[in-house]
Design a binder for this molecule. Structure first.
Ligand SMILES: Cc1cc2nc3c(=O)[nH]c(=O)nc-3n(C[C@H](O)[C@H](O)[C@H](O)COP(=O)(O)OP(=O)(O)OC[C@H]3O[C@@H](n4cnc5c(N)ncnc54)[C@H](O)[C@@H]3O)c2cc1C
Length: 493
């Protein structure tokens, strides 16, 4: 790849594809992103890429996206080849182009002392264009093997594994307990962050490629887990890690207190397929407390605002991260700094260093009214461990609805115990090269690694597919997720 734009970053400022105005967007459930983007704008952003000899951006990308190549192709206006290059390492670039926290931008060389390339916006633009132009089409295999594979779970990991394995000719059936496929892409991430039509069109592509989806089927409940072992040549468990971490304090059993994943799919019209929102999941006119400062908490804040909450307070036990990188946290490490989420841009109160104590039902109607908490400060002890000390007791926060977003601790159910699968201390499946302790049964995604990101799930699904193909055929042509193809790869494999 020639390198005739080493000074593009001197000519153009970083300018990503913007979000809609916060005041406007929080009044509806539509996507927060500007829908339209300008080709010349994106080309100049691609020109900012220096095509570094050692592309540090790629070391930040868990799936080894060949970022400088598609930045350059966009700069040259060769969008179709940019799409091929993107699909060479990522089955679903729109899943990441819209939702990834973009660790690649943090390792971009420019970030050392300047604004990084807008890699995420460029990725989104390439794949948007691909769909608009009709370049993304079903790519079924020319020949089929006689191997039958079951995938359990249809989140990004299960879908990536399914597509890879189907494209090398195996017969793939995906079992999904929910009504529709997509996992957290459909039922966790709000429509405002990622429209569900974008999930549907990928599922359509996978169906047309020959993958069978069996939805509304919970393996271990509706069909025995043994079926995986007995009726398939290989199986892959991609059930995610959706078991929520609870906050078992006084008053936890009061009405009006919900886990984030009980709330989000019911409260967002896009996710519930337009079904009426149950009164208990409606934040309209209520003061809402969200417990947990991560992505899931942010999505609860955004959804409660859209429903018409009178006040939303997001509470985090840990301190607010610093605005500047702390000592020892220098480029190219991921910055441990404060970043406002899209929903915090829209309003609400952020409270840090708050330790919850109990929920109170002041009027005795069985529903939560108030949260009691202590304010704490954090210090490191002699061993360097962080310890909290109470600095203010008896903090009270009005709370007519409480959403618990304190994280996830592993796969929810273990219907696979009957198969004798070993688990790690973290509650994920014990695996080696993705194979569990039972021959022919593999695991991938959050179920394998613990709660993570979409980009990791896609990469892990691709890796699992490679190991499964090798297990079945004795060899494989499927790439490892961090394996960079040497030549232009024209299929989406
Ligand atoms: C609210 C929320 C917001 C997030 N936002 C982001 C974000 O902005 N960016 C980002 O990168 N990551 C985000 N994440 C994380 C990301 O969604 C996950 O890391 C990713 O979806 C994991 O993919 P997966 O395929 O391993 O599992 P999942 O997406 O969890 O899919 C697992 C699937 O398995 C199914 N299943 C479970 N048990 C069974 C069974 N016994 N039989 C049949 N089916 C079963 C489930 O119904 C589910 O569909 C978010 C997570 C949450 C909860």
């Amino acid at each position: 790849m020639s390198k005739d734009h080493p000074d593009g970053y001197l000519k153009h400022e970083r300018e990503p594809i913007h979000k809609r105005d916060p005041e406007q967007r929080k009044g509806d459930f539509e996507e927060i992103w500007e829908q339209k983007w300008d080709e010349d704008h994106l080309r100049s952003q691609g020109e900012r890429c220096m095509s570094c000899g050692t592309p540090a951006c790629m070391s930040g990308c868990p799936i080894g996206n060949i970022i400088p190549d598609w930045n350059d192709l966009v700069y040259r206006g060769d969008w179709k080849r940019a799409l091929e290059r993107l699909h060479a390492t990522n089955n679903f670039p729109e899943f990441t182009g819209y939702n990834c926290p973009a660790p690649c931008e943090n390792t971009c060389t420019l970030k050392y002392n300047d604004d990084p390339v807008t890699i995420k916006s460029i990725e989104r633009a390439i794949v948007d264009r691909g769909w608009e132009e009709g370049w993304i089409e079903p790519d079924p295999p020319e020949e089929r093997t006689d191997k039958e594979i079951a995938i359990v779970g249809s989140g990004p990991a299960g879908l990536a594994a399914a597509q890879q394995l189907n494209r090398v000719g195996h017969h793939v059936t995906v079992y999904e307990r929910d009504e529709h496929p997509g996992g957290l892409m459909r039922y966790g991430i709000p429509h405002a962050k990622f429209s569900k039509q974008k999930v549907d069109r990928r599922i359509d592509q996978l169906r047309q490629e020959g993958i069978t989806f069996e939805c509304g089927v919970e393996v271990g409940e509706d069909i025995p887990a043994e079926k995986l072992d007995e009726e398939y040549d290989a199986a892959c468990i991609a059930v995610g890690a959706q078991k929520p971490i609870d906050i078992p304090i006084d008053g936890r059993d009061l009405d009006g207190i919900h886990f984030a994943m009980e709330y989000l799919p019911r409260a967002n019209p896009g996710q519930s397929g337009g079904a009426a929102v149950p009164e208990t999941m409606d934040a309209e006119g209520k003061s809402v407390v969200v417990l947990g400062g991560g992505d899931t908490g942010a999505d609860c804040v955004g959804t409660a605002h859209r429903q018409g909450a009178t006040q939303v307070v997001q509470i985090e036990l840990l301190p607010k991260p610093p605005e500047e990188r702390p000592p020892g946290n220098q480029w190219p490490d991921q910055p441990q700094t404060y970043e406002k989420s899209y929903s915090q841009e829209e309003g609400g109160v952020e409270e840090y260093c708050v330790q919850t104590q109990g929920f109170l039902d002041a009027d005795g109607d069985g529903t939560v009214d108030e949260l009691r908490a202590h304010r704490v400060e954090w210090d490191q002890n002699e061993d360097g461990e962080w310890e909290s000390t109470i600095i203010e007791e008896g903090m009270r926060v009005e709370a007519e609805m409480v959403l618990i977003a304190a994280g996830f601790e592993g796969p929810e159910s273990t219907p696979f115990e009957s198969l004798g699968l070993e688990m790690t201390d973290d509650g994920t499946f014990e695996t080696e090269d993705h194979q569990t302790s039972v021959d022919g049964i593999f695991a991938t995604g959050d179920a394998n690694s613990g709660p993570s990101l979409i980009v990791w799930a896609i990469g892990d699904g691709r890796d699992a597919a490679r190991h499964i193909d090798e297990y079945l055929m004795g060899e494989t042509d499927l790439p490892a997720s961090l394996e960079t193809p040497n030549e232009m790869v024209v299929s989406q494999r």
